[in-house]
Design a protein around this ligand. Structure first.
Ligand SMILES: Cc1cc2nc3c(=O)[nH]c(=O)nc-3n(C[C@H](O)[C@H](O)[C@H](O)COP(=O)(O)OP(=O)(O)OC[C@H]3O[C@@H](n4cnc5c(N)ncnc54)[C@H](O)[C@@H]3O)c2cc1C
Length: 338
């Protein structure tokens, strides 16, 4: 780049363009634009080189080191909430990068064990080599799960783009069943995908440890509901399947990852009517988002887990959070201008 001082300005111009999109075409197009920016190398370069964006990003991210993550988990625990720690990073390009991420995650499991915080771990498949070679992902997860078993902990495999779902589920099942990691490994299903009703039915029959979320990526209308209302309806329906008596008999422990009060309320009503014990499932929310709702639910006796990311590769995670809520974007721009 010829003039790094102009970089924030260029990104700002792009954001203003996004806001004009919002004005002319509505929130859906703004989200599409931001999700594009979350994967654009040029935008990542512009934002992360300046250091300005970290001021805002740090609201969603515990810090850069494993010590920061453990400290955040301790704070979250002191508020009556459990944690899941995530070493940031995705779409690595070389086996060495995937191995580095694997080693950091093993170290994270050790640190959780030594510190005694109430936390498990979430990992992204593309961080451990999915896009290089699925065998590499499988082998790296094997190493991570060995340490999870040794330290009596659990690892959740996050779900990424729809094109990766089959491979991710295949590797998850192989590790869970063939390699015997059983309850040490879990997976995620995204309510916005058409296929998810079938996936949830199968996973429930297998007694799997599943997190349900709405889905955070830009997906074409051939595979995912374009309208939020349809995704919301799907989320509620899948949540009810995960909470059914049959699912609980098979040992399913449902985890509902949402900040949406309508979703939370629908689940609360269902468990009340069905007389499901409050410790038979958990709510999950992201670090820095809807903190008061997290605490309110915990105070009412619900289990709540906070997803705490840390590390230097925060850009894509951060921009996906902007895409989820336009108000975050105003906050971001306000800080850039200050
Ligand atoms: C613990 C956890 C794990 C996740 N794992 C995955 C995964 O593996 N794969 C995947 O695709 N997605 C994952 N997600 C992201 C998820 O798919 C959604 O993109 C995200 O949670 C927003 O959806 P929502 O259910 O909160 O509801 P929305 O309908 O997006 O939002 C409802 C309300 O929640 C609040 N809110 C939502 N997002 C934000 C935000 N960023 N900042 C401030 N307020 C906000 C706002 O008040 C908003 O009006 C995860 C989310 C959580 C909480």
């Amino acid at each position: 780049m010829k003039n790094p001082k102009k970089l924030p300005l260029i990104f700002l111009i792009t954001l203003v363009g996004s806001l004009l999109l919002l004005y002319w075409f509505g929130e859906r197009w703004l989200r599409v634009m931001l999700l594009y920016l979350s994967t654009a190398v040029w935008a990542q370069y512009l934002v992360t080189q300046t250091g300005l964006a970290w001021r805002v990003a740090s609201r969603f991210i515990a810090g850069e080191t494993v010590d920061d993550a453990i400290a955040a988990a301790r704070t979250v625990n002191s508020r009556g909430l459990a944690a899941t720690l995530n070493y940031l990073g995705e779409h690595v390009h070389t086996p060495q990068e995937a191995a580095n991420a694997r080693d950091e995650i093993v170290r994270l499991l050790d640190c959780i064990h030594q510190s005694g915080v109430e936390a498990n771990v979430s990992v992204k498949p593309s961080q451990l080599g999915l896009n290089i070679d699925p065998v590499l992902l499988y082998e790296n997860l094997h190493v991570v799960l060995d340490r999870a078993r040794q330290t009596n902990n659990r690892v959740r495999i996050d779900m990424e783009e729809s094109s990766t779902v089959d491979t991710t589920l295949g590797i998850y099942r192989r590790l869970r069943d063939d390699d015997g990691y059983g309850r040490h490994v879990g997976v995620v299903i995204q309510a916005y995908l058409f296929r998810s009703a079938q996936d949830i039915a199968a996973l429930v029959a297998e007694g799997a440890w599943v997190r349900l979320c709405k889905g955070a990526y830009a997906e074409p209308p051939e595979v995912a509901f374009p309208q939020k209302a349809d995704t919301d309806a799907s989320f509620v329906q899948l949540a009810q399947t995960m909470l059914s008596a049959g699912a609980r008999q098979r040992g399913v422990f449902p985890c509902f990852a949402t900040h949406d009060e309508t979703m939370v309320q629908a689940i609360r009503q269902f468990v009340q009517v069905q007389q499901i014990p409050l410790d038979a499932f958990e709510f999950q929310m992201l670090y820095g988002i809807r903190r008061e709702l997290q605490e309110q639910l915990a105070a009412q006796g619900y289990r709540v887990r906070v997803y705490i990311p840390y590390g230097t590769a925060w850009y894509p995670y951060f921009v996906r959070r902007l895409a989820e809520r336009p108000a975050n974007l105003w906050f971001f721009i306000g800080n850039l201008l200050r």
